[in-house]
Design a protein around this ligand. Structure first.
Ligand SMILES: Nc1ncnc2c1ncn2[C@@H]1O[C@H](COP(=O)(O)OP(=O)(O)O)[C@@H](O)[C@H]1O
Ligand SMILES: [Mg+2]
Length: 439
């Protein structure tokens, strides 16, 4: 695919991540793609990212802010950091560097007599540990800053399996092939192609499609499967098997140009045991996302504010004492990162309204209390209008996935819908929290 014809929303980003020396430019293009260009070592590296769905339209151009206006929050709240957030993603240099090295090592050809390794890297960690963020806002932009031999100017197809992993994969490939945001016919054609097997009975559709994509010789393909665990929980067993075999075939092609990166919740590691070939590849090529250290947490808390303030020409509104306090309240607490982000967003809103961080934190009940207070507020609003039951039912849709298949029957979404229903709840995590409060 050529670069999307029309580029919009050019954003110059200060560098972040493992190598802080090189500049990144993030541009959003047509077909829901993002282009990340970094000045690399010598020549500009462009990483083209193709998404499964069109991303939200960029905000219309805002009228020039007055010198005193407070900048928008640089934090993400309960959302993960995505590719376009690379400039405000901090505190993960060490793991990004490790992942970058793992990816680089996967590109080296085996020595004569050595068995080829599958080019697959699994990023593993508990829910909320920052896997998606580290992959999407850390590792992928890093490829523009520090090119990897064999992975120069890559195209990254971001696939989120949901209930139909094959369709998800076919959609991204079709978007890549056609530059059309809704390539229905091409998606069907590719989905059929992926279901076909070669003479040895191996589904090799992904490698066949990828190898004939326009520009395939110039742009290696990275298939980034985020939330891989969904194949175990939401897809039919046949879809799950086909998807896994397809990825493994593409990753194993000798001298091939396809690399698979996936994020997987660590509580699903036992589910991979049902697929021994996948299990073996994950065992050989996985990296755990560790909990953030105190120093990393402080960076993640303080640097987004410092950069946002600098860009707006105002002093950093987040004092060192607040940074220390927030880091102390987060460190060593499992699943606290989303709460920290939620609290930071609230603190930022408070600062914009002239409320001190200490006062906001007191109102929230600290980092741990942050989401609890929000859930209580939402619940009491809903109780007020008699909708508590509705929330309870809707939130069940976001229930934690089952650990593995229990039967071999077709477990497709009974509603036949291949996308998650629009949540009533503010997010899956808030939904999870609300559910626990409704028990
Ligand atoms: N480096 C980071 N600094 C600050 N917050 C982070 C960082 N990485 C992730 N988060 C926050 O942690 C939460 C979980 O991140 P996410 O990437 O969705 O985790 P996972 O994919 O493991 O569930 C989100 O609220 C996100 O904004
Ligand atoms: Mg995730």
């Amino acid at each position: 695919m050529d670069e999307p014809a029309e580029l919009i929303n050019a954003v110059s980003a200060e560098p972040a991540g493992a190598s802080d020396l090189r500049r990144l430019t993030v541009r959003q293009g047509v077909v829901g793609s993002i282009l990340i260009a970094g000045d690399g070592n010598v020549v500009t590296q462009t990483v083209t990212i193709i998404h499964q769905y069109s991303r939200a339209e960029p905000e219309p151009e805002q009228p020039a802010r007055s010198a005193t206006a407070f900048p928008p929050s640089p934090y993400k709240g309960l959302e993960a950091f995505y590719e376009e957030d690379a400039d405000r993603f901090f505190g993960r240099s060490a793991v990004v560097d490790t992942l970058w090295r793992r990816l680089r090592d996967l590109q080296t050809l085996p020595l004569p007599g050595q068995a080829a390794r599958a080019r697959l890297l699994a990023i593993i960690g508990p829910s909320g540990s920052g896997k998606s963020s580290v992959a999407r806002a850390g590792l992928i932009p890093e490829l523009a800053r520090r090119p990897i031999s064999g992975l120069a100017n890559p195209r990254v197809a971001v696939v989120i399996p949901h209930t139909e992993p094959i369709e998800a994969l076919a959609t991204v490939l079709a978007r890549l092939a056609t530059n059309d945001p809704a390539p229905a016919a091409k998606t069907r054609e590719f989905a059929d192609e992926i279901t076909r097997v070669n003479d040895a009975g191996v589904p090799n559709g992904l490698r066949r499609i990828a190898n004939v994509l326009p520009g395939a010789d110039r742009h290696p393909l990275i298939v980034l499967v985020d939330q891989f665990e969904e194949v175990f929980t939401s897809a039919s067993e046949s879809g799950c098997t086909l998807f896994i075999e397809t990825l493994l075939d593409a990753a194993s092609e000798a001298g091939g140009r396809i690399t698979i990166v996936l994020t997987l919740r660590s509580d699903f590691l036992s589910a991979t045991a049902r697929y021994p070939a996948l299990d073996a590849v994950i065992a050989a090529g996985s990296e755990l996302v560790p909990a953030m250290t105190e120093t990393e947490l402080k960076e993640a808390i303080s640097l987004p504010a410092a950069h946002a303030a600098k860009d707006s020409g105002m002093p950093n509104p987040l004092d060192q004492g607040t940074v220390e306090l927030l880091a102390q309240e987060t460190i060593g607490r499992e699943g606290a990162l989303p709460l920290l982000q939620f609290a930071l967003n609230r603190i930022w809103e408070g600062l914009a309204a002239g409320t001190s961080p200490a006062e906001t934190l007191r109102e929230l009940g600290g980092v741990g209390g942050a989401l609890a207070a929000e859930a209580d507020r939402l619940l009491s609003d809903l109780r007020g209008v008699g909708k508590e039951d509705l929330v309870r039912r809707r939130c069940r849709r976001h229930a934690p996935p089952r650990p593995a298949f229990r039967d071999r029957g077709d477990r497709r979404n009974p509603g036949g819908c291949n996308r998650p229903a629009a949540p009533v709840c503010p997010s899956r995590r808030a939904a999870g929290y609300l559910r626990s409060r409704l028990r």
